[in-house]
Each structure stands twice: as structure tokens, then as C-alpha cells.
Design a binder for this molecule. Structure first.
Ligand code: IPE
Ligand code: IPE
Ligand code: MG
Length: 251
């Protein structure tokens, strides 16, 4: 059954954030090394990007590597970085043809030079696109991002560019890595883990959370569509009461 036909295209989430989890367990189940799972996860990213483009979701963000993931075995980290370079090199032309604009968030300076160069090139190549914004979070953690934003603001106050009383939610959001992006409406995490693992803590304030037991390498378009359908069945209240919430979401 094609689930896409059950999606209401007038009520799509504007931003879907993905925690791609379960690569290691997927590989272990098959008697393989964890890396095998990461390799297969690339196809899931391709399928998810296609699914988002097909239904017309404008922002899609992938948690690809967390600050904490640096503490994994050296070989796994190195292979993940190689996979990243390969995937970007292989996919950029197709992303570009499909109107996808690539972004990266996180402590990009901590990435190996080869990753930074490949990323920079792909970001530049796709910079004129606007159909779908795909963001990859690399060496990212929300606490790092929030502390960084606080530091930038403190510096502006010290320089007397702004007064402390000008620091409000809007200014703070603008100092985050996600400045200019809408907050995620929907967070999808694969692999059955029920946690956020330091991802977009500020931005997820009112996101709908969707957890699936499917391991990331098995995640395909139909799983993505299923999550969107589930999202569309929910009632978002933003702290208000039902009728008000529907009419004054942004008030
Ligand atoms: C997600 O899969 C990929 C990254 C975090 C880079 P994992 O590697 O975390 O796989 P599990 O959770 O150990 O199965
Ligand atoms: C979250 O997955 C990070 C990414 C998907 C990149 P982890 O596998 O690192 O999270 P924990 O350790 O299970 O919380
Ligand atoms: Mg994991």
C-alpha cells in the first residue's frame, strides 16, 4: 500500500528532524562489524531525502555525528568520516538536480580537513537551491550549541553592541546554529530508543516526537510517510486550549 496518498499535503510539518540510530545493532544482528550498518545507513538517508522532497517538506535535518560520538573507537570514527566524504561526493550532483540545498551545523572546525573541504564544496554547489533544505548535524550537541550562543551574546554585551535587556527568545534563536530555520515540528528517532541524546534541545520545545523500533539501515520512504501520517493525527495545542490553538498558533 502506498502510504503517501494518506498524507494531507496542506498540513505538512515544515521541518522534520531525524535521529538516525541503530546502525551498530543492525550490523551485529547480521554478525557483521558496526561499520557495515553505517554503510547501509547511507541508502536510508537517500530514501528519506526523496520522501521529503516528494511530499514537499521544506526542511529536513539529520543527526549524523554527535559531540559525544567522538568517544567511540578511533576506527569507527575514522570510517564514519570517510563515509561522510564518500556520500557527499556521490550524492551532491543528484541533490543539486533535485533542488536540494545542503547545510551543516555543529562544531565543523573539529572535523578532519577532508570532511570540511567536501562539505564546503557541496554547500557551495547547492547554495542556489531552495526546494528542500537538508541539514546534516556533525560534531553537534545541543548543549554545545546553546553554550556557544550564550558566549556570542555575552561578547556582544561586552562590546556594547546590545544591552542585556535585548536578550530575548528571538535573539537567542538567531545565535543558534539553526538561525533562519523553522523549529522542527516533528522529531523521528529510529531503533527504539526513547531519548533525545542532546539533539536540538532548544528547537524541539514543541516538536511532536515519533519513535520507531526500525533500525536506521532498514528505514525507508514508507516509514517516513507513516511518521508523517501519525504526526497529522495529533492535536498540537502549544499550551493553549483546542480551538485557540488551531487559530492562533503563531500569535
Ligand atoms: C547511529 O547508529 C549512527 C551514529 C550514532 C553515528 P549507532 O552507531 O548509534 O548504532 P547503535 O545505536 O549502536 O545500534
Ligand atoms: C544519537 O545516537 C546520535 C546520532 C544519531 C548521531 P547515539 O547512538 O549516539 O545516542 P545514545 O548514545 O544511544 O544516546
Ligand atoms: Mg546509537
Amino acid at each position: 500500500m502506498d502510504l503517501k496518498q494518506h498524507i494531507d499535503e496542506s498540513r505538512l510539518p515544515q521541518h522534520v528532524a531525524m535521529i538516525m540510530d541503530g546502525n551498530g545493532r543492525w550490523a551485529t544482528q547480521r554478525g557483521q562489524e558496526r561499520i557495515f550498518g553505517h554503510e547501509h545507513g547511507v541508502e536510508s538517508v537517500r530514501d528519506t531525502v526523496k520522501a521529503a522532497a516528494e511530499v514537499g517538506i521544506p526542511y529536513l535535518t539529520f543527526f549524523a555525528f554527535s559531540t559525544e560520538n567522538w568517544c567511540r573507537p578511533h576506527k569507527e570514527v575514522e570510517t564514519l568520516m570517510d563515509l561522510l566524504v564518500q556520500a557527499i561526493q556521490n550524492e551532491t550532483a543528484e541533490l543539486n538536480e533535485n533542488g536540494v540545498r545542503l547545510h551543516a551545523i555543529g562544531d565543523l572546525d573539529s572535523l578532519p580537513q577532508r570532511c570540511r573541504d567536501t562539505l564546503e564544496e557541496a554547500i557551495e554547489t547547492t547554495a542556489h537551491n531552495s526546494r528542500l533544505h537538508v541539514t546534516v548535524a556533525l560534531s553537534y550537541s545541543a548543549r554545545w550549541e546553546i553554550a556557544n550562543a550564550a558566549q556570542k551574546i555575552a561578547q556582544k554585551v561586552a562590546d556594547r553592541t546590545i544591552n542585556p535587556d535585548q536578550v530575548d527568545e528571538e535573539l537567542f534563536s538567531g545565535m543558534l546554529e539553526t538561525a533562519n530555520m523553522p523549529d522542527p515540528d516533528l522529531l523521528i528517532r529510529t531503533s527504539g530508543e526513547l531519548r533525545v541524546s542532546n539533539f536540538l534541545l532548544w528547537q524541539l520545545a514543541y516538536a511532536e516526537l515519533y519513535f520507531t523500533p526500525v533500525y536506521w539501515p532498514d528505514f525507508r520512504k514508507q516509514h517516513f510517510f507513516q511518521a508523517i501520517i501519525d504526526y497529522q493525527r495529533r492535536e498540537r495545542r502549544f499550551g493553549k486550549v483546542k480551538a485557540e490553538a488551531l487559530t492562533t498558533k503563531n500569535a
